[in-house]
Design a protein. Structure first.
Length: 158
């Protein structure tokens, strides 16, 4: 008797559908959430997920003493820095006269950033957020600037 179900008896003959040409932002976000949850769990946090999708945060991290609202974002490595949106964008579903972007400041405790290029998770406290795009520097700047730089290693979640 085979250990494989009769439904999957000939997996080699199964052709998988081609990946969609267009970027699947939902799948990218889901992967980032999983990477962040894994990093938080490895660092001793317990994770809770809010019911529904209309919250300003994606998950709750529990350190045993306090609960933290965490918004997860995917960062992209560009020109030696990880670029991350510190705001939500809803231009595609906004009402007339409503702003298209909304900062997370004051509505989350942390912004967790997963960068696929570095394969690392970074945890930014709310005090480090800006209203537009934040940057975490991975490589030194070309002009050797070092002051007022947010170095990625300072926010890395081991």
């Amino acid at each position: 008797m085979s250990a494989i179900s009769y439904l999957f008896s000939d997996l080699a003959a199964v052709e998988l559908p081609a990946q969609a040409e267009r970027r699947n932002t939902k799948a990218v976000g889901d992967r980032s959430e999983l990477e962040v949850m894994g990093a938080l769990i490895r660092n001793g946090y317990r994770i809770a997920l809010p019911f529904g999708e209309n919250h300003r945060y994606d998950l709750i991290a529990d350190d045993g003493e306090r609960l933290y609202r965490v918004q997860v974002k995917t960062g992209r490595l560009r020109n030696g820095a990880i670029r991350v949106a510190c705001h939500s964008s809803h231009a595609h579903r906004r009402k007339p006269g409503e702003r298209a972007i909304r900062s997370y400041r004051g509505e989350v405790d942390y912004l967790a950033v997963y960068c696929p290029e570095t394969k690392k998770v970074y945890l930014l406290p709310e005090s480090e957020l800006v209203d537009s795009f934040g940057h975490l520097r991975v490589n030194p700047t070309k002009n050797r600037q070092s002051r007022k730089i947010r170095w990625a290693w300072q926010f890395e979640l081991a």
